[in-house]
Design a protein around this ligand. Structure first.
Ligand code: PXG
Length: 463
């Protein structure tokens, strides 16, 4: 059977339900409800098979940084497929797209992060990181340094390694967690800061790292990994004191620092990397998503001079993927970065889109159900609450109000996600000021409709 764009939605939904297992989805109930099927896209706008034109406030899954429909990327992919569709980077071989992309990444990455180990995704790159930091300490004659410290509610992917680095219990519950990874608290001031100032809370959470190192012994710790801003955890922006204190601690105890910038990399925070935004000096940065703006699956670990030198000083690193540095994905990613440079997209975020959205986003706090509207670059979140003054949670089951709000957004042709009762956005970086006005107008309308529904259903109750 040939499936075409012209098939009725109901038929496509039936086939989807019969054959397609979706990630992070209750496939049983989805099959009954039917999926929403996307067909085409341009800029920040998606078109589904029902004729809706939807403003994509999430850039796909935090990845379509340069926006949809850039034919230059399609052209480069076709050209590369015709010229050299595949070759590997094992066994003393390389190819031009992988070489050019590694050099380009080194150019835009901060400090001495000059080396790239390619993977097919962010999860794979973090699996690489687990093995690389342990191998690094082996070579340095400290094989006991194996434990990696991460944070509760962090997200680092969905492979065994990535899922174990992540601090999400529902993920650990499905398939387990590898050992040698421990978690400390997250710097989530809104939910967990109590009566403390944000600054004191940030220090307290960072010092959990020091306490954990002292508890386990610095000789057993290989690395600390964290997202500069937690993405999948709800766009949790740490207090200003957090990262400087983490930096002090990793330096004091001689442990490697991995900044997972799968979401925050490539312009999302108004710099090429959030490590620059927060003045973090990682030894390794994890990248994926925005590296190719989602046009091709590719990820990687950007590695500093010292770690790369050690890794190259003692024979093989027994690790790699068939698609490490895949030529088509690499050519697409390279073109993506070139377009970002030529069109000054990072500057657009910093100087135009962020300031405009920041003003509009803050205005949402005037709504009675919005307690906090945070935005760094083009990564934002809103805490929905029945009591702004006390930062109270809703009494209803966790995430119910957020889900209701997301459904209102969908109905208003806006994609804004929810994590619990936090609404989150991460639009394509090329969004214009007029599109930002439209996004925030639809967001207000959706929040307001949700608010009325919450009141009507008797859910306006504090926990
Ligand atoms: N690190 C971070 C910080 C991520 O956000 C990964 C690693 C894993 O990347 P891959 O390419 O293996 O998916 C991610 C991915 C969500 C959501 O619901 C977020 C991600 C993936 C899927 C869903 O917000 N982030």
């Amino acid at each position: 059977m040939k499936i075409t764009n012209h098939m009725p939605t109901a038929e496509l939904q039936k086939l989807d339900a019969a054959h397609h297992m979706h990630p992070f989805t209750d496939n049983g109930s989805l099959a009954k409800k039917g999926v929403r099927i996307m067909k085409s896209a341009k800029g920040v706008w998606l078109n589904d098979t029902e004729g809706h034109k939807i403003l994509d406030g999430m850039a796909g899954l935090w990845c379509v940084n340069i926006g949809y429909g850039r034919s230059e990327l399609a052209d480069v992919a076709a050209q590369q497929m015709n010229e050299l569709a595949y070759y590997n980077t094992f066994f003393q071989t390389s190819h031009i797209p992988a070489i050019a992309l590694a050099a380009k990444i080194a150019e835009v990455a901060p400090g001495d992060l000059n080396h790239v180990f390619f993977a097919g995704s962010g999860s794979e790159a973090n699996d690489t990181n687990i093995r690389m930091v342990r191998r690094y300490w082996d070579i340095k004659g400290k094989p006991g340094k194996r434990i990696i410290i991460a944070r509760h509610n962090g997200y680092h992917g969905s492979t065994m390694g990535g899922g174990s680095l992540g601090g999400m219990k529902p993920i650990h519950a499905h398939g387990g967690k590898i050992d040698g990874i421990v978690h400390i608290g997250e710097p989530n001031y809104w939910e967990q800061g109590g009566d403390m100032t944000p600054e004191d809370f940030g220090l307290m959470r960072a010092r959990e790292l020091e306490a954990k190192i002292l508890e386990l012994g610095a000789d057993s710790i290989a690395a600390f990994i964290g997202e500069p801003i937690q993405g999948a955890g709800g766009v949790i922006v740490p207090p200003s004191t957090y990262w400087p204190e983490i930096q002090r601690i990793v330096e004091k105890y001689n442990i490697l620092l991995i900044a997972d910038e799968v979401i925050t990399g490539f312009g999302r925070t108004g710099n090429w990397f959030a490590s620059q935004t927060f003045d973090i000096k990682p030894h390794i940065i994890t990248v994926a998503k925005g590296l190719s703006s989602g046009y091709a699956p590719i990820g990687g670990s950007i590695v500093c001079d010292e770690v790369a030198a050690v890794m190259g000083s003692d024979g093989d690193f027994n690790h790699g993927y068939t698609y490490s540095g895949h030529p088509v994905a690499a050519a697409v990613a390279l073109k993506n970065i070139e377009i970002m440079q030529e069109e000054k997209i990072v500057e657009h975020v910093r100087d135009v889109a962020h300031p405009h959205l920041a003003k509009k986003w803050k205005e949402l706090e005037q709504h009675p159900m919005v307690g906090d509207a945070t935005l760094v670059g083009l990564m934002g979140s809103i805490a929905l609450t029945p009591n702004k003054a006390t930062r109270a949670k809703f009494k209803s089951e966790s995430g119910k109000v957020g889900y209701m709000c997301r459904e209102r957004c969908f109905a208003n042709d806006l994609i804004m996600r929810h994590v619990g009762n936090r609404m989150i956005i991460s639009p394509p970086l090329v969004i214009t000021t007029a599109e930002i006005d439209e996004l925030t107008k639809r967001a207000w309308q959706s929040i307001d409709e949700c608010y009325k529904q919450v009141k009507a259903e008797g859910l306006w109750e504090e926990a």
